[in-house]
Design a protein around this ligand. Structure first.
Ligand SMILES: *[C@@H]1O[C@H](CO)[C@@H](O)[C@H](O)[C@H]1NC(C)=O
Ligand SMILES: *[C@@H]1O[C@H](CO)[C@@H](O)[C@H](O)[C@H]1NC(C)=O
Ligand SMILES: *[C@@H]1O[C@H](CO)[C@@H](O)[C@H](O)[C@H]1NC(C)=O
Ligand SMILES: *[C@@H]1O[C@H](CO)[C@@H](O)[C@H](O)[C@H]1NC(C)=O
Length: 489
């Protein structure tokens, strides 16, 4: 016999069961509808194709008719890609070759994957270890380094330790100075990356080499490269100087045309191994890369700065040298910087994106007369306390003394510029904008900058200031950029 309580429990359970069944059916149906574009086999496949990353083997992809945006090649529109990659340019003839290291890859690559890499049809990521980040292969660029160069070479300790790590790299790296070790190992990569990219993905018109903290403004890159002939030998970058030798700065990114790759890599099998031994003695991979191209192919880097740029919106020195120039790359962009800029780019319809636009969006709203504990590195002209009047006696650094304005050329305000932040600001106002847009004061030392930079938090004792009126007047006087200044190659 069923008791009243059991009956109650039974009927309650039955009701709950029926309700659950009905709800499950409804939810199940809607889930199925919602999930279809993402879990449908073909859609998955097309997403793989879109995101490339090493799955194409050696097929030439440089065919301009191979266009995969924003629809996937199979014709399955991907809702997410469609909205995020809206207006993304056709980059199908450009291969991005990105460089990272196992000690930083999980910190830097995921944001790239969520933003810039998401809309690229194809790319390669090289590192100092084979890895896989959420399904995206990362290739060990050092696997082809000569064994005799690796053996007994302390530069490769981190390379071996990384492979021996049985947990995550971050935990294994807690003890040592992995950033420094990874930086030293980094110099062996560049030429191997070029050689491997050429072998794995031949036939592209352009190969753009960049770091994981490089931001590539693809619409500008695509538009700019359209004006150049890929069959000619082009090596484009931002020139830097080490020991009186010019080279293309790697963090800013550099571009080699098909003609250049054919000449440098194609005609010189084993070129990377020829430089393995040399790398031991060199400081950096980008420096050595330019040296190898110069010595092998007799080709110097063409200056593409400031369009190819090693700064980011907060450190670009805005002003006469950085204004109507389109921006193609930026460097030292951390995950937050990349995400912020990506959002800005999605909302920005202005083409081409100019450095002026970055000023207007990222700096102008933050312009104010003064910030304390802030460093904009105004360091072009110095006014130093030479009489030990404002603080205990000290010797000034030689670099500062070299940039100190000669005492016999100082006006009344400049003579006292070193006394206080107010004096430094007044001295800035007393000279022309060609000498001062902004200033920085620390005890006994006043520095001027001839460009305007937002800068970054600095030591507590550092005060930075901007001549706001002067900057705004200059900006207004420039007006819109009627002539866009692309690099002259
Ligand atoms: C490139 O596209 C053209 C036109 O669609 C086609 O005929 C050709 O076979 C393609 N080449 C490659 C290498 O895919
Ligand atoms: C490259 O630049 C250096 C230094 O300016 C110069 O001496 C050299 O002749 C140049 N080489 C070529 C191939 O243009
Ligand atoms: C300031 O102090 C330094 C360090 O003691 C000294 O060498 C220098 O002569 C002093 N300068 C003057 C003008 O007294
Ligand atoms: C500070 O400003 C100067 C130009 O006045 C520029 O060269 C430098 O890169 C700036 N530094 C930072 C961190 O903003």
């Amino acid at each position: 016999m069923l008791s009243r309580t059991s009956l109650c429990v039974f009927s309650f359970s039955a009701i709950v069961l029926v309700t659950l069944l009905l709800t499950w059916r409804r939810l199940g149906n809607s889930w199925a509808t919602f999930s279809e574009p993402y879990y449908h086999r073909d859609a998955y496949k097309s997403q793989q194709t879109l995101q490339g990353a090493g799955s194409h083997g050696g097929q030439p992809m440089g065919n301009k008719s191979y266009s995969s945006h924003p629809k996937s090649p199979q014709g399955h529109p991907d809702i997410k890609l469609n909205s995020i990659c809206n207006n993304f340019p056709d980059t199908s003839n450009i291969l991005l070759v990105m460089k990272t290291g196992a000690s930083e890859s999980f910190e830097k690559i995921p944001t790239q994957l969520l933003t810039l890499l998401k809309c690229l049809p194809d790319y390669l990521i090289f590192s100092d270890m084979d890895q896989n980040i959420a399904g995206h292969p990362i290739h060990d660029s050092l696997s082809t380094v000569l064994p005799k160069v690796k053996e007994g070479n302390i530069d490769f300790d981190i390379y071996n330790n990384q492979k021996a790590c049985v947990v995550d790299q971050a935990s294994c790296n807690k003890m040592g100075d992995s950033a420094t070790d990874a930086w030293i190992l980094d110099k062996y990569k560049n030429i191997h990356m070029a050689e491997r990219a050429y072998a794995m993905k031949p036939g592209y018109d352009w190969y753009l080499f960049a770091d994981a903290d490089t931001y590539v403004v693809w619409p500008n890159v695509a538009e700019w490269l359209k004006t150049l002939h890929p069959s000619e030998r082009h090596f484009l970058g931002s020139l830097n100087l080490i020991n009186d030798v010019w080279f293309a700065h790697g963090g800013s990114g550099y571009v080699l045309s098909r003609g250049m790759m054919d000449d440098f890599v194609g005609r010189n099998p084993g070129i990377a191994n020829r430089w393995d031994e040399v790398a031991k003695e060199e400081c950096c991979g980008d420096f050595m890369f330019s040296k190898a191209v110069r010595e092998t192919s007799m080709k110097n880097v063409s200056q593409a700065w400031p369009t190819i740029n090693g700064q980011k919106p907060s450190t670009i020195p805005y002003g006469p040298s950085h204004w109507c120039h389109p921006i193609a790359t930026m460097h030292h962009m951390n995950s937050e910087d990349i995400s912020t800029f990506w959002d800005f780019e999605r909302r920005c319809t202005h083409r081409p994106l100019l450095i002026r636009d970055l000023y207007l969006h990222f700096f102008a709203p933050l312009l104010q007369p003064q910030r304390t504990a802030w460093d904009n590195l105004s360091d072009e002209i110095f006014y130093l306390d030479m009489d030990n009047t404002t603080h205990p006696a000290r010797e000034w650094d030689k670099k500062l003394l070299e940039r100190a304005k000669p005492r016999n050329r100082l006006n009344e305000y400049e003579k006292t510029a070193h006394r206080s932040a107010e004096d430094c600001a007044a001295a800035c106002r007393s000279v022309s904008y060609r000498e001062c847009f902004q200033w920085r004061f620390r005890r006994g030392q006043c520095g001027f900058g001839t460009a305007f930079v937002l800068g970054e938090p600095g030591e507590l004792v550092v005060v930075s200031g901007w001549d706001v009126e002067r900057i705004q007047a200059w900006v207004e006087y420039q007006g819109e950029c009627e002539r866009v200044l692309w690099p002259e190659i």
